[in-house]
Design a protein around this ligand. Structure first.
Ligand code: CA2
Length: 148
C-alpha cells in the first residue's frame, strides 16, 4: 500500500468556523476524513497533520522523507513568503503537490505568488476540498510515470 501525508499549514485548523464563502463549510477534521477515505479507495494510506508553526512543519517534512510516497500540502499563508518551507520541500526528495482551497490568483495580489510551487510537482487551486483528492491522483500518476 502506498502512503501519503496530507499536510496543512497555519489557520487551516479554523476551517468551517469562518469565511465559508472563501473556504467552504467543512471542518479540517471532516476534510481529512474524506481525503483519507478517498485515498483508501485508491490503495493509499493517508496520514494527516496540521500545524500553525513554521518550524514544526519543517520538522514534519524532514521526518516524512523515509515514510511516504508523496505529500499533499496546503501551506496556507506560508505559501507566499516562507523560503524555509520551500527549502524543506526541495530537500526531502519526495513529490509534493501544493493545494489551495481558494483560487490564490483571483484574490489579493500578495496571494498570487507562491514561493513553494516551483519546488512542487504540481499546484492545484480554487477547487475547494476536491483539490486535495485530485492531488492524490496527481501523486499516483507521478509514481506510475517515475516507476516506468
Ligand atoms: O486557499 C487556500 O487554501 C489558502 O492556502 C488558505 C490560507 C491563505 O493564507 C492562502 O493564501 C490560501 C488561509 C487559511 C485560513 O483559513 C481560514 C479558515 C477559516 C477561517 C479563517 C481562516
Amino acid at each position: 500500500m502506498k502512503r501519503m501525508l496530507l499536510l496543512n499549514g497555519p489557520n487551516l485548523n479554523l476551517l468551517g468556523t469562518r469565511e465559508p464563502d472563501v473556504y467552504g463549510h467543512d471542518t479540517l477534521a471532516s476534510i481529512e476524513e474524506e481525503v483519507a477515505a478517498y485515498g483508501a479507495s485508491k490503495g493509499v494510506a493517508v496520514d494527516c497533520f496540521q500545524s500553525n508553526h513554521e518550524g514544526v512543519l519543517i520538522d514534519r517534512l524532514h521526518e516524512a522523507r523515509p515514510c511516504y510516497d508523496g505529500i499533499v500540502y496546503n501551506p496556507g499563508a506560508h505559501t507566499h513568503y516562507s523560503y524555509a518551507l520551500r527549502d524543506a520541500v526541495a530537500s526531502i526528495g519526495l513529490p509534493v503537490v501544493e493545494v489551495h482551497l481558494s483560487d490564490i490568483e483571483a484574490r489579493e495580489p500578495f496571494r498570487a505568488l507562491s514561493v513553494i510551487a516551483p519546488v512542487c510537482v504540481a499546484q492545484i487551486k480554487g477547487k475547494g476540498k476536491a483539490g486535495y483528492k485530485e492531488a492524490i491522483d496527481v501523486l499516483l500518476g507521478y509514481a506510475d510515470r517515475t516507476a516506468s
